[in-house]
Design a protein around this ligand. Structure first.
Ligand SMILES: Cc1cc2nc3c(=O)[nH]c(=O)nc-3n(C[C@H](O)[C@H](O)[C@H](O)COP(=O)(O)OP(=O)(O)OC[C@H]3O[C@@H](n4cnc5c(N)ncnc54)[C@H](O)[C@@H]3O)c2cc1C
Length: 380
């Protein structure tokens, strides 16, 4: 067996691994990227791209293409059925991208892959990592491809292999947190929707929450929490969405259901092993932070790896870990608060929640602080 050596091996070619690999290539560092799937996933999944992600992808030339495919949305509105409680206006953000972009994850991944390949990189697939052995100066990765068991060695191994990360597991890095009681259901639909295509709407209601956001091709994304097997999206819209201008679903294009957890890895760096993206942190989809935080982990890690590889000093990686762990904890805390506030069954808490949100909606500084947090420009 011929064992090749690389500066960096990346396990997982989701948005985090692709962003990291492409940015490393842009910085002149080649990496070996592998993924166990035969091809990239072609489903819609995470659809929100925030301003900070568009900023960090600009040097890679990915942002222009994302903008050409996505839907620009300047407002998040929080409503209790028909009543607007607060509007989060992204137009005042100090960024070249004062909005949220709605774009399905498969398109985002296609663009990142094209940028990676345009810069000379490639994804090796299907290659499934089975074991990892860490040494003082490098890491050995054993994986299975169509020819059998293979081995690569790397100065640095980055686990971008998602929530059930084998890299995290084999590095014995604890992944602390818990799970929510509710399931989330998603649907990409074609529908008649009177509230327009320039806002993401989060509706509170007696029956739970529902989010409606525009997608490319005239479609909409519906997201809701459910406590049972029910998945009737028209009924969810009727019972939770606007009463005076109800949406009418014409066609359901794609649906998914998932149970969510909130967890953060105890460390993102252990010896020569690093973690980024869902391998390092998972949380509620409230606010659409998951993929964004992963892409930003990946792009910032590329610079830290470049510094460490050129200086031989791990300081840049220690700093990266401290910075990104704080972001991960902040994102988990924020999304947890939104999720608990949105799904509370207590009538008094619902009343309190609505009063607080209406108050925030009337204080421009508080509203702008929320826009900075959601868009992640706070983490520059
Ligand atoms: C149905 C669904 C809907 C979602 N909706 C939203 C949403 O609305 N908003 C939001 O913010 N987030 C959402 N998410 C989460 C979002 O998709 C993730 O945050 C994002 O994909 C994380 O990217 P990642 O690259 O870190 O990990 P992933 O996208 O999970 O990629 C990990 C990659 O690692 C590969 N891999 C795993 N194990 C191995 C191994 N042993 N060897 C080799 N390769 C391996 C996998 O094949 C995969 O390609 C959703 C997820 C799902 C599943």
């Amino acid at each position: 067996m011929n064992t090749k050596s690389h500066d960096v091996v990346i396990v997982g070619a989701g948005p985090t691994g692709l962003a990291l690999g492409a940015e490393l290539s842009r910085l002149g560092i080649s990496s070996f990227i592998m993924d166990k799937q035969h091809a990239g996933a072609n489903t819609s999944r995470a659809a929100v791209i925030h301003a900070r992600t568009l900023e960090v992808l600009q040097p890679l030339d990915a942002t222009t293409e994302l903008l050409s495919l996505g839907v620009i949305v300047p407002f998040f509105r929080i409503r209790d059925r028909d009543r607007v409680l607060a509007t989060i206006d992204f137009r005042e953000l100090k960024t070249s991208y004062p909005f949220t972009l709605m774009c399905p994850q498969n398109l985002t991944e296609e663009i990142l892959l094209r940028r990676l390949e345009g810069l000379g990189g490639t994804v090796h697939r299907p290659c499934e990592v089975e074991t990892i052995q860490a040494f003082a100066d490098d890491v050995e990765v054993r994986f299975r491809d169509q020819h059998g068991l293979q081995t690569v060695r790397a100065k640095w191994l980055v686990g971008c292999d998602g929530m059930h990360s084998i890299v995290r597991e084999q590095a014995a890095i604890p992944f602390k947190g818990g799970a929510y009681d509710e399931d989330f259901v998603l649907a990409d639909v074609e529908m008649d929707w009177a509230l327009g295509r320039d806002e993401v709407n989060l509706f509170f209601s007696e029956k739970g929450l529902v989010v409606v956001a525009p997608l490319p091709k005239g479609r909409f994304r519906i997201v809701a929490t459910v406590n049972d097997d029910a998945e009737n999206f028209q009924q969810i819209l009727d019972e939770r969405g606007p009463r005076d201008r109800p949406g009418r679903i014409r066609e359901i294009v794609w649906t998914s259901r998932f149970h969510i957890q909130h967890r953060v890895a105890r460390s993102l760096l252990k010896g020569r092993i690093l973690l980024a993206g869902d391998a390092a942190h998972v949380h509620s989809p409230a606010g659409g932070q998951g993929m964004n935080t992963g892409i930003q982990d990946g792009v910032s890690l590329a610079t830290a790896l470049q510094r460490t590889l050129s200086s031989g000093d791990d300081k840049a990686l220690d700093e990266w870990q401290a910075r990104r762990l704080k972001v991960a904890h902040d994102v988990v805390t924020m999304t947890d608060r939104i999720t608990k506030a949105a799904t509370t069954s207590s009538s008094s808490l619902k009343l309190f929640r609505n009063v607080v949100i209406e108050l925030i909606g009337h204080i421009p500084a508080a509203q702008q602080a929320l826009a900075k947090t959601l868009s992640e420009v706070r983490y520059r």
